[in-house]
Structure formats: C-alpha cells, structure tokens
Write a protein of this length. Structure first.
Length: 179
C-alpha cells in the first residue's frame, strides 16, 4: 500500500516512470476484464488505452489514500459501457447491463461474479451524498466533461473536480472493502 501511495504521489507530479510502472502492473488485468465482455482485441486495447489516458488526465486530482485498484476498475467499467454504447447506440443503459450480464459462452459462475461486482458498484454509488452522486453519474454514465457538469449544475469547476475526486475515492474504497 505504501508503494501504491508513493506511485500515486509521483503520478500526480507527472512522473512518467510512475505512470509506466502503473501501466505495467494494471494493464494486463484491465485488458483481461474488458476482453471478457468485448471479445474484440482492438476494442479491448482501446478501452485499456482510454483508461490510462483518463488516469493521466485526472492524475492531479488523485488522493494519496485512493484505492488505485477500485479507481481503475471503475474507469474500466465505464469504458466498457461506453464501448457498448458506441456499438449499440440505440441501447439504453439497462439494455447494456443486460447484455453484460448475459454474455454468451460464459459460465453461471462468471455471471454471478459480474452481478456481485455490479451490486457492489450500485451500493457504492447509492451511498454517495446526493451532490457527489449527481456529479459522478453525470460524469460516468452520461459522459459529460467536468466543465459541462459545472455549467449544468451551476457550480464552480473546482467544486465539480473536487466532488468527483471524492466520489471516485469513496467508490474505490467501497470496492476494496467488498472485494
């Protein structure tokens, strides 16, 4: 955990070596998780790339106590949903989730495991304070930028960034406690 905290601090300071180490540590797991749903190597690679682009873009908002595992899982989860939305732009979120939970060729055990993760995610989001939850969902489910959320909710951009960072931290900790 101390090593992870040090890497987060170095990442926040834009240290490319810390980013490389995090990529080497987490990219294979992220790829495996995303590939289980997407089944297409090119699309899966794009999800991994987007997760790490987001990590780099948001590095300055990361908290020392952030659970990188939970944070990266959350980013991956949303990138997979975005990939499904892109493929099936007429699908609503519930339809996408149904597709995720009823993937063909997977065992009952895998579907139950996914459902467990989905339940943990939903619990984490439900436990967020109302403003944080609203900001989190606008960012993650609707894909709005921090600036767009600030304008929509008539909040300062710094408030949106801070609340989103807190929400991600809470969701990540919830995953760690319930993993």
């Amino acid at each position: 955990m101390a090593v992870e905290k040090a890497l987060v601090r170095q990442l926040r300071a834009a240290n490319p070596e810390a980013f490389r180490l995090l990529f080497e540590q987490y990219a294979p797991r992220i790829y495996q998780f995303a590939a289980g749903y997407l089944k297409q190597p090119a699309q899966t690679e794009e999800v991994v790339r987007q997760v790490f682009v987001r990590l780099w873009e948001k590095r300055w908002t990361l908290d020392d106590d952030l659970s990188l595992n939970g944070y990266l899982f959350t980013l991956t989860y949303h990138q997979v949903l975005a990939a499904f939305r892109e493929l099936h732009s007429v699908c609503r979120t519930q339809e996408v989730l149904l597709r995720l939970t009823t993937r063909s060729g997977n065992s009952q055990e895998e579907r139950l495991l996914y459902q467990d993760w989905e339940n943990v995610y939903q619990q984490a989001v439900t436990r967020l304070p109302l403003r944080q939850r609203k900001i989190f969902l606008l960012s993650r489910d609707e894909g709005l930028s921090d600036r767009d959320i600030a304008e929509l909710l008539r909040l300062p951009l710094t408030t949106v960034v801070g609340e989103l960072s807190k929400a991600l931290n809470k969701v990540g900790k919830h995953f760690d406690r319930n993993a």
